[in-house]
Structures are given as C-alpha cells and as structure tokens.
Design a protein around this ligand. Structure first.
Ligand SMILES: Nc1nc2c(ncn2[C@@H]2O[C@H](COP(=O)(O)O[C@H]3[C@@H](O)[C@H](n4cnc5c(=O)[nH]c(N)nc54)O[C@@H]3COP(=O)(O)O)[C@@H](O)[C@H]2O)c(=O)[nH]1
Length: 813
C-alpha cells in the first residue's frame, strides 16, 4: 500500500510532533519548570524550537545525528534575536552532551544564562513523553503493518477517498484490476473509474452512504483500456479528517460468468427434454427436472427424498440391477434401457445414463439422465415387424426364418442335434384367390397359418415364404417317424374344410422334408432339398409328405429336361392322341370318346399329360398344342364318321389359357371348317375350376362357341367352387363327375352322397351327367342305381390309340 503523504515512519512521527510537544508541555514536570522560570510556552512554538525539536526527534528515531543538523545554529540565532533575552531562559529539551550545539552554545551563548541543570528533568520528561508516544506509534505502526499487509495481500481492490471522491489511498490489487498505476489512481476520482453512474448519481450514492455509514452494491468499473467489468463495492464512511470513504472493490467478472453459466445450466436443467434426477450418495432424490416429472407423472414434491426405486416396474430381475450398480461403482457410469413404471401404473422403456459424481474419491451424488423411448421402441418394433414378419399372417418371413435357422444350427452344433425343415405347399390357394378374390384368399392364408401354428411347439418356427408356401423349422426331435407324425398332422388339419364367406372350401398340403446336417449343411441347400421333396409329393398326387432323398434330384433334372423338350415336341411330331370311349350304360353303346394327348419323347419316354400340360400352360405352348389336338381329334372323328361310326361325339380338352387368346375363336372356326366335322359332334371339355376362375370372360367365349353349335362339358366337376348362379348360365350341356368321387363310391358313403347330389343338381339344371373313373362293375352298378347313364373309365377301356379305338368300336358293336 502506498500512502499519499509519505511512506517513511519518521514522517509519521514528525507529522505528530505537535502532539508530542503538546504532551510534553502539558506534563506536570515541564509545567513546573516553565512556571518556575516564567517561560512562555510560545517560546517552544517558534520555528526555531520546532526545528530543534524535529532534529531531536530525528536523533531519537535514529534518522539523523543531531550533529548533522546544520540548520540549528541559524535558528538559534534567529530565536535569540527575536525571542530570547538574557533574563529569559531558553530551555533546551535536548541533551547537549556530545552535541555540536554544546560548542555552539559555549561560543555563542555565553552571555545567556542557561539553565543547564534543568536539562535532565526536561530531558526525562520529554523522553517519557516520547517513549509513550513511541509506544502509541509502535502500536499504530503495528496496526499499519497489519493494515498494510491485509490490504496488500487481499485480491480485492482498496481505496480511501475523500468527500469529493478523490482517491487518497489505493492498493496494488485495485491497480492491477483497473490497469492504472497507483500513482495514476491517486490523481483520479471515483468518477474516473465508475462506468455506469453519472456524476449526479454518484453524488446521491455518496450521500446515501454518508447517511447510513456503509453500503455494499454492484456496479461496473472501467479499466484503463476502456474495458468494463463488474465489481462489488463495499463502502464504509468515517468522519475522520473531514470525512473519508473506505472502499473495497471486488472484481466479480468470474462470479458473474459463473452466475450466467449457472443460470444457463439451470435453464438447461429445467428445459431439458431428457428427464434428470440427482440423488445423494444414499440414492435419495435431491432434484428432478420438469421432463422427469412430466414423463413419470410424479410431482417434484412427491419425488424429493425418495429413492428412484419408486419407479421400479418389476420388469427386471435382481441380477439386472446388481450388474448395473457394479458397473456404476466400477466404471463410474452405466448406460442402458430400463423398463420403469409411471405414477399411473403404466410401464415405459427409458434409455438411461447414470453417472456417479465423486469428490475426493468419495461418491457424493448420482445423476441419472433418461428419456422415454417407448414410442421409439414401438416404431422399431413396427419396422422390425415389417422387415422380419409377413404382414398378412404375422409369421416370420424368409429373412427371419433364415436367421432362426442359423440360430438353431449353432445350438444343434453345440448339442449335436439335428434340425428338420418342412416345406409346405398348399393346394387350391390359387383357385380360391382367383375365384373369390384376394380378400378371401388372404383369409384362407391367415387361417392356414393359424392351423399350422396351432400344432407346433413354441420352440419350433413356422414362416411364410410367399404365396401358399410355408416352411417349418423343427428342433429337438428324436426320430424320423416323429417328424412323419408331425407332417401327417399338418396334412390332416388341411383335410378339414375352410369356411370362407359361409362356404366350405377344401385345401390340402404337400410337404417335403430335409434334415440338417445329413441332407445339407447350408440354409439355401436345406430349402432347396425340402422344396425338391415337396415337388416330388406333388407329382406323386399331393396331400402327402416325403423326406428328401438323393434320387429326387434325378427327377428334378428330368423336369428340366421336359421343359426343354416341350419346345420342340410339336414340330418333332412327338405327340399322338388316344381315345377313351364313353359308354351309355342304359343302351350299352359307345356314344363318344374323349381325345387324350400322349407324348412319347425319344429319350425321356412317356411323359404324362398331367406333368407336361401344366408346364405347357405356363410357358404358352398350350395354344399350339391345343390347336393340334383339336385338328387331329376332328380329323380322326371325321374318319370314324366316314367309316360308319357317324353318331360319335368327340370330347376335346380345352385349357382356359387357350380361350384367353383373342384368336382362339377364329382359329377354332378355321379348323372345324377345314376338317368339315359336323359341329354337333364336337364337345369341348373345360374344367370347373378354369371356368369359375374367370367366369365373366369364360361365359362370353363359351356362349360364342355354343352359338357355333358346339357342345360343352364341365370337367372335373366337384373339385372346384361352382356358383349355382353361374352354373345355370353356362351353356354347357354336360357335367362330368370327377373320378376322385367315383373311384371310392363303393366304399365311401360321403363320395356316394356327393355323386348323388351332383346328379340331383345336374337334373335340376337339365344337364347330362358323365361319371368318369368308372373302373369296376360295382362302380357301374352303383352309378346306374343313382341314375347315371353315361360313363367313362377303365372298366370299359383305357384310352386307346386311334386304330385300337377303331377296333374297340367294332368289337363293342
Ligand atoms: N388341355 C388338355 N388336357 C389334356 C389333354 N389330354 C389330357 N389332358 C388332361 O391331362 C390330365 C391327365 O390325363 P390322362 O393322363 O390322359 O388321364 C385321363 C384318363 O386316362 C384318366 N382316366 C379315365 N378313366 C379312368 C379311370 O377309370 N381311372 C383312372 N384312374 N383314370 C382314368 O382320366 C383322365 C381324363 O380326365 P378328364 O380330362 O378330367 O376327363 C387330365 O386332366 C386331362 O384332362 C389335352 O389334349 N389337352
């Protein structure tokens, strides 16, 4: 600290010399002497005395040696001239021994009576006074040292200002703070450092402080470089020396910054969308933010002091929480998802981070930041469902099915077990879909999925591969026969009719089974082999199951060969027709024949129409094949007519794929015109399913054919879903009962009943009945009893080559 007047202690003493002199003069001893010698006190207030006294003090304080006090003789002379007279004593309150003054007095003042003898007493008195003063001074000096030390040590700035605001004392902290040097500050006033108060305001402020003695307030000060900074000012006022302000100035820039940050943090805390909970080390909630209250439904009051356990949903086991707390104490933090419970009992998924706050290695608090991610989870679930589940049946899709397979494989490897993959293809889905529309088709698939699921264990997986294809993964099975039992169960549940739009529909299931790891070790291969086995079943007559065997691969290869061979079969003349007679059992006469195509491939041998017709339909070859059959059958029949069998009607199978072609009618007309067979002897057989699949366009073309004088039969009747309304409108003259009902008519009462009702229906619609599949005498007998008079079947003849048929006709006559 620097004082304005002087830093020297001696100066302080000199400043107080008047007091010392006063004390000395007023002391009893001095008074006695003065009285005794009638000395005027003023004598001691002359400049000479004062100067002499100064020198003396200097000597006492060790500042100066009195001998060096060269001014003294001049002053003594002056004093003698003006004041001292020989009759008046001059009391020197000083020790003259060893002093330059001694010789001076001896030489110059011999004329004066000098009462040296009083010196001792005076000296003593003055010395006592000085000692007392020195004590006071020392105390004051000590105080000043403390004062100085305090004010120099503190980081706060210090001023002392007078009533006008002039700075009289300043410490170095304020100098540092303001950027002004101390000397600069001591020439300045409060106004020069105050940034926001006007002179008038400062004046009012000062008046206020004077009135109340002290005040603490915040204001802005301005540095030498013009920068403004916030300060906290503590002022006290003292009336000493005409009024002094003692001011402590604290730079509060950092505090203001902290306050700002705190305010910001508090705003962030309150406005965070994430919920925040702060607990003490014993997990008592100390603070929560608005978001947390909003999410949980609890008020802050309800939560404070409680444990976050309050939100526990019971969803997680003890192990979960144990691991969580172990991680917090080990790593200092934990992150994860917790299912919590709201005040209203509703559970929600919270994504939570918990951090342990430590001080000196001791945990003082825990902070948990959480957000309700239930909605996000739901969205994820929806996305997951879309990605992994079939939207219609809610069964796993191909992707998830494959994932499950891989999981099962890793388990199977560990426990040396096997996995079975059952590939299921349903019958009739296409018909249902095409006939009744997609909504009913969808319902069928949903019901089918439910049926399959209902007989599986939780640990097995059923997935939908698309269309009417389903697949099952079975783990933990013990024998192939147990798999066979399961496959048979599936087939059996599909024997039960499906009730769709109040109507019963029949389906069926063909199942192929592959085994991991015996048949294949990869997913793709497992699916391929099960699919192969399933096709094998289909080709063998459907509604069955088969385990994959390597020989099946050969038949698949054959199928590929068939497809290739079909392209050139017609131009290579590999087709021929057979004729199966139709018999009137009442008259026992042959009234017609069905033309049935045969394909004998030079390498592959006989290929059944049941195999190649669907393929020809799929790849478009059916149109030309169909025209060839038509022309050939008409030519053969014409020949028979020409040879005398002129009442025979030829039945020709027509695929709906042929009818779909716009040129069919023209081409048909051209052929019948070309061949010249009378139109009334032509009967076109079209299956019930194919007609009903596209009833409107079928009705149209069948009416046009009928208009040409062509007869029509509905083939395979009973296997499709004829609407009575459409049946009435069909220009068909004959209904052919499917052989599947006739073959067991002597054994199965149901089949008999079905045949009986088809007959009744035909009669009511005024249509002829033909029963195909009549293999035995018993069949013929029953059919006759039921009122059927036209039959076709092995009982009379298998399909025959043209020449054989001719012979048959001749023999039958
Ligand atoms: N679009 C065309 N389809 C045709 C043509 N030729 C035949 N086909 C269809 O192929 C399917 C299989 O026919 P196929 O192997 O010729 O079998 C026929 C008969 O052999 C058989 N049948 C006749 N009687 C009996 C019997 O007593 N028992 C028994 N198990 N089978 C018998 O039935 C088939 C005749 O069926 P359908 O046509 O329904 O009257 C078959 O669907 C043919 O339609 C063709 O040129 N074009």
């Amino acid at each position: 600290m620097k004082f304005k007047k002087t830093a020297q202690i001696i100066d302080l003493l000199i400043d107080n010399k008047e007091n010392i002199l006063d004390v000395w003069l007023s002391s009893k001893e001095t008074q006695n002497i003065l009285n005794a010698y009638d000395i005027e006190i003023d004598t001691f207030r002359t400049p000479f005395a004062t100067q002499l006294f100064d020198c003396y003090l200097d000597q006492i304080l060790g500042k100066n040696n009195l001998q060096d006090c060269s001014v003294i003789p001049a002053y003594i002379k002056l004093m003698l001239k003006h004041h001292a007279t020989p009759d008046k004593i001059f009391l020197l309150p000083i020790e003259l021994e060893n002093s330059i003054l001694k010789s001076f007095f001896a030489n110059n003042l011999s004329d004066y009576e000098i009462y040296i003898e009083t010196n001792q007493l005076t000296k003593y008195t003055l010395q006592a006074t000085l000692t007392e003063f020195q004590k006071i001074f020392n105390d004051q000096k000590q105080e000043n040292i403390y004062h100085n030390a305090i004010l120099e040590t503190t980081n706060d700035g210090y001023w002392m200002a007078d009533m006008s605001g002039n700075l009289l004392e300043v410490n170095s902290s304020y100098s540092k703070m303001s950027g002004y040097s101390i000397d600069e500050l001591l020439t300045m006033s409060i106004q020069n450092v105050e940034a926001i108060e006007s002179e008038e305001e400062t004046k009012k402020h000062i008046e206020h402080i004077i009135q109340y003695g002290n005040e603490t307030f915040e204001t802005i000060h301005i540095k030498k470089n013009g920068e403004r900074y916030p300060v906290e000012v503590s002022v006290s006022f003292s009336e000493i020396e005409g009024g002094r302000f003692f001011v402590l100035v604290r730079d509060i820039s950092e505090r203001k910054r902290d306050e700002k940050e705190l305010l910001l943090s508090s705003k962030v805390f309150s406005n965070m969308t994430d919920g925040v909970v702060i607990t003490d080390s014993a997990q008592h909630i100390l603070k929560v933010n608005n978001s947390f209250c909003k999410t949980t439904g609890y008020t802050e009051k309800e939560l404070l002091g409680k444990s976050p356990n309050l939100l526990s949903s019971g969803w997680h086991d003890k192990e979960f929480y144990k691991q969580m707390w172990e991680e917090i104490s080990g790593k200092g933090s934990w992150q994860g998802e917790i299912v919590d419970r709201k005040k209203n009992g509703e559970t929600y998924i919270s994504e939570t981070s918990i951090v342990a706050i430590k001080k000196d290695d001791e945990i003082t608090n825990y902070i948990a930041i959480s957000s309700d991610i239930s909605h996000k989870k739901e969205q994820e679930q929806i996305i997951n469902n879309l990605a992994y589940y079939d939207a219609l049946t809610k069964l796993p899709n191909k992707i998830l099915f494959q994932e499950r397979f891989e999981n099962y494989v890793s388990l199977a490897k560990r426990h040396q077990k096997q996995i079975a993959l059952l590939f299921i293809d349903l019958d009739n889905f296409k018909n249902i879909n095409d006939t009744l529309g997609h909504l009913v088709g969808d319902q069928f698939l949903k019901d089918a999925a439910m049926r399959i699921k209902s007989i599986l264990r939780e640990e097995d997986t059923v997935g939908r591969f698309g269309g009417d294809e389903f697949a099952i993964l079975v783990q933990n099975w013990h024998s192939l026969s147990s798999l066979g039992t399961l496959a048979q169960k599936i087939i059996d549940i599909f024997k039960q009719p499906f009730l769709l739009e109040s109507t019963e529909f029949f389906s069926g299931a063909s199942i192929g089974i592959s085994i991991y790891p015996d048949d294949a070790q990869t997913y793709d291969e497992m699916v391929r082999l099960a699919d192969t086995a399933m096709y094998h079943v289909k080709n063998q007559g459907k509604n069955n199951y088969e385990f994959y065997s390597s020989s099946m691969n050969t038949s698949i290869a054959e199928k590929m060969q068939i497809l290739t061979a079909l392209h050139t079969a017609l131009e290579n003349n590999e087709f021929h027709l057979t004729y199966q007679p139709k018999i009137n059992i009442d008259t026992n006469t042959v009234y017609g024949m069905e033309a049935l195509i045969r394909w004998i491939h030079p390498k592959l041998g006989f290929i059944s129409p049941e195999i190649f017709i669907p393929k020809a339909e799929d790849n478009g070859h059916i149109y030309n094949i169909g025209l060839w059959v038509l022309e050939k059958a008409l030519e053969d029949t014409k020949k028979l007519h020409d040879s005398g069998f002129n009442d025979l009607t030829v039945s020709i199978n027509i695929s709906s794929k042929q009818l779909e072609q716009n040129c069919f009618l023209d081409d048909f007309r051209k052929i019948i015109d070309k061949v010249g067979l009378k139109r009334e002897f032509i009967d076109l057989e079209i299956t019930e399913t194919q007609v009903m699949n596209n009833i409107e366009s079928s009705l149209d073309i069948l009416r046009q054919l009928s208009a040409l004088g062509i007869k029509m039969s509905i083939d395979d009747f009973g296997t499709g879903y004829s609407s009575l309304n459409y049946l009435k409108q069909l220009p068909a003259s004959t209904i052919k009962i499917d052989k599947s009902f006739v073959l067991d008519i002597d054994k199965d009462e149901n089949d008999k009943a079905i045949v009986s009702s088809i007959i009744a229906l035909s009669q009511s619609l005024n249509k002829n009945i033909v029963a195909e599949g009549s293999e035995t005498e018993e069949h013929i007998k029953i059919l006759k009893e039921l009122g059927v008079n036209q039959v076709q079947g092995y009982f009379y003849s298998k399909p025959l080559k043209f020449e054989e048929f001719e012979s048959f006709l001749k023999e039958f006559r």
